[in-house]
Design a protein around this ligand. Structure first.
Ligand SMILES: *Cc1c(COP(=O)(O)O)cnc(C)c1O
Length: 403
């Protein structure tokens, strides 16, 4: 089945819900059995991990199980688990696979709260974290130790958008007995197929494109067979569970992910190409542009690009960047992304210690939403005009903080 068909059918069982097209919002703590025999059967089915089996709301209801089934199908993994946020999904997967005395390699370009979790929490349990250059490819071999249990990848990287050679990294990791855990949020389950490229555990902040409407937080972990039991057990031991109302929004988002993402890709690339030609722009960092250092890898391994990329401005002061952003009317100022609306937020690449960021100018992360790209381009033209006017007036200050 092709992905767009899978998006429509995955996780749906109308026959179980009186013919309803959508799995309803099933709210529950207690789940009653009709007799002791039925209770014993419910417990047996859950212990056997039968799909959809449950004895308590914390272990999920039909709403959660529908979403997990759909995500496992789309990712091409063994089974999935839903979490109350993307970060909860990341933290639980890492806690499940790592134990005292282990070493974990994490790309410099990982979502920074992921690194904070390893630095501040798992370090207290005797796990040693080491960051590595996302561009290393097979050279990651020199960093592998006998106790390296997990190689954590995120491609493209958060904000700086480096593309990693996942198959090369996975081959080395597996040869050394380590698991590959990936944050696959940027590509969504449609544009990167993690299990075809050697990933063992794939994670999504479903908060982004899967929910897709900026109105709920959710995370997903999808495992292969080798990692499933450990991750499932830790998820249960840590009491991780997500609310059915939020999960319903993610299931609803999933049905239109294909058409939304196609538009985010086309509009994002069009806006990126336009920005690339503007004199106020130093560089546009977008994996689908041939100027991106990871473009060849992106073409080899990815099936598309989402609407999230970075623009580097010729701006000598923060005031110029503020003038650019304040002149925009279609781009909201805020974090997160993946909703239907466009967003901008400035950031400082230097804070990712060690990142080989080659650009001098000030960086702004852009999310291109579902508005007409012509309106967005006209808006950005206003912004760049305001930036140029501010540049003509304002005194220069250093562009980047020291790492
Ligand atoms: C937003 C994000 C997360 C965290 O997801 P939340 O739902 O906000 O916890 C993780 N990874 C990436 C790449 C993200 O962009």
């Amino acid at each position: 089945m092709k992905d767009n068909t899978q998006l429509v059918v995955a996780g749906r069982h109308p026959e179980r819900f009186g013919g309803l097209v959508n799995t309803p919002i099933c709210r529950a703590s207690t789940i009653l059995a009709g007799s002791m025999a039925e209770w014993d059967e419910m417990k047996r089915a859950r212990a056997a991990q039968e799909p959809g089996a449950t004895t308590y709301g914390r272990y999920g209801t039909a709403t959660a199980h529908a979403f997990e089934e759909a995500m496992a199908a789309l990712e091409g993994g063994h089974r999935s688990l839903v979490f109350p946020s993307g970060l909860a999904a990341i933290a639980t997967a890492l806690a499940a696979l790592l134990r005292a005395g282990d070493h974990v390699l994490v790309t410099y370009s990982a979502y920074s709260p992921t690194r904070s979790f390893l630095e501040r929490v798992l370090s207290r349990f005797g796990v040693e974290m080491q960051v590595y250059d996302p561009g290393c490819g097979a050279a990651i071999e020199s960093l592998m130790r006998p106790n390296t249990r997990v190689v954590y990848v995120e491609s493209p990287g958060s904000e700086t958008l480096e593309i990693q050679d996942i198959p090369a990294i996975a081959a080395i990791a597996h040869a050394h007995g380590a698991f590959v855990v990936m944050d696959n949020t940027w590509a969504t389950p449609l544009f990167f197929k993690p299990f075809e490229h050697g990933v063992d555990v794939s994670i999504h902040a479903a908060t982004k494109y899967i929910v897709g409407h900026s109105d709920a937080m959710l995370g997903v972990v999808t495992c292969n067979e080798a990692t499933w039991n450990q991750v499932r057990e830790t998820t249960q031991d840590m009491g991780q569970t997500a609310g059915p109302d939020d999960i319903y929004l993610a299931l609803r988002g999933l049905r239109t992910l294909g058409v939304r993402l196609q538009r985010h890709w086309e509009s994002g690339l069009r806006v990126a190409q336009w920005l690339h030609q503007q004199p106020e722009v130093e560089s546009v960092v977008h994996p689908a542009l041939p100027s991106h250092p990871g473009h060849a890898l992106w073409r080899r391994d990815f099936k598309g690009a989402c609407g999230l990329f970075t623009v580097v401005l010729h701006a000598s002061s923060e005031a110029s960047v503020a003038a650019f952003i304040d002149a925009l009317s279609h781009f909201g100022i805020g974090v997160s992304w993946g909703g239907y609306e466009s967003l901008v937020i400035p950031f400082t690449p230097g804070r990712h210690h060690g990142t080989r960021w080659p650009h001098k100018g000030r960086a702004v992360r852009m999310h291109v939403g579902l508005e007409d790209p012509e309106d967005l381009i006209a808006d950005l033209q206003h912004g760049l005009t305001a930036l140029a006017a501010c540049e003509a007036l304002s005194p220069a200050t250093p562009a980047t903080r020291a790492a």
